[in-house]
Design a protein around this ligand. Structure first.
Ligand code: GDP
Length: 283
């Protein structure tokens, strides 16, 4: 599912976020492990200042684990608590509660010094569309699932999910829009499918992905689609069409169809675990 951004949308999303953020102690920011920088909106640092911060590298199953670890280190050095997970399968979710407690320990300590005991930490999930916010919340709620809210004094519609005696989670995530003025950011977001493919024609987009894979993941295309990787990107796409029997009438290669098939293979992890940006590139 793709998300169309209109100025009205963005203003409303931002206003909701500004309101909700007042209610919470901890921002749980989901990013895509394949593009941990391009899938962020840096506005969250301003919106979430003075809050405890946790970065969740989601879809870690689709990214290379050595880079997941390198990204964890990168964010830890910047002072964030970090965890890598697969929200869909639930892996890594066991450690979440511990990491939340760790991310909030200063706050809990402050409360304790002021004599406030046992006040639960309140948290909110934020992230760009399609990063896995609902999956993550459902996975957490599925386990805990004591919903509070709709009590006297609680704004109707605002629901808190009680994760344990120490943590409550707002059941609606905050939506951040991606920042894709930078073309390479836009490309990466299009590769993973979080902005509309129409940013480029599918074939053009896939040729860019082919170029990236040839450079950073040599051998994958040869192995998967019998591509000769020394050929130019469009020739590689034609080879994919041949390999996958994408043909139009008269045995003309259907490169458009091949492009869609390949994007789908990539997005669903069928090309293997592929990280699209690396922490050693300086940001
Ligand atoms: P939201 O727009 O941020 O709420 O994203 P969703 O929760 O709707 O998830 C978007 C898509 O990503 C869905 O198809 C999910 O099944 C999928 N998804 C979510 N988390 C993961 C994950 O950790 N790994 C993989 N492979 N897919 C995931």
């Amino acid at each position: 599912m793709h998300f169309q951004w209109y100025p009205g949308h963005m203003t409303k999303a931002k206003r909701m976020m500004q309101e909700n953020i007042k209610l919470i102690d901890l921002v749980i920011e989901l990013v895509d492990a394949r593009i941990p920088i391009s899938s962020r909106n840096p506005d969250i640092d301003e919106l979430g200042k003075h809050k405890a911060r946790l970065i969740v590298l989601n879809k870690a199953d689709l990214a290379q684990d050595k880079y997941n670890d390198a990204w964890m280190e990168y964010f830890q050095e910047k002072g964030y608590a970090v965890v890598k997970i697969n929200a869909k399968k639930g892996s890594g979710m066991k450690s979440i509660q511990g990491v939340i407690a760790q991310a909030c320990k200063e706050k809990i300590e402050r409360d304790r010094k002021r004599g406030i005991l046992n006040r639960p930490v309140r948290a909110m999930v934020v992230g760009i569309p399609n990063v896995g916010k609902s999956t993550f919340i459902n996975s957490l709620a599925g386990k805990a699932c004591t919903k509070t809210g709709n009590k006297p004094g609680v704004t109707k519609g605002k629901q808190w999910i009680r994760l344990n005696k120490n943590v409550e989670l707002l059941d609606t995530p905050g939506i951040l829009w991606p920042k894709f003025e930078d073309q390479s950011v836009g490309l990466k977001l299009a590769f993973i499918g979080s902005i509309k493919d129409e940013i480029l024609q599918t074939e053009e987009l896939v040729c860019r992905l082919i170029a990236f894979l040839k450079e950073y993941y040599r051998g994958i295309l040869a192995e998967k689609y019998e591509v000769t990787e020394s050929e130019d990107d469009y020739e590689c796409l034609k080879a994919i069409a041949r390999c996958r029997h994408c043909l139009l009438q008269g045995d003309v290669l259907d490169t458009e169809k091949a492009a869609r098939l390949m994007l789908d293979d990539f997005r669903n992890g069928r090309l293997g675990k592929i990280t699209l940006e690396f922490p050693q590139e300086s940001y």
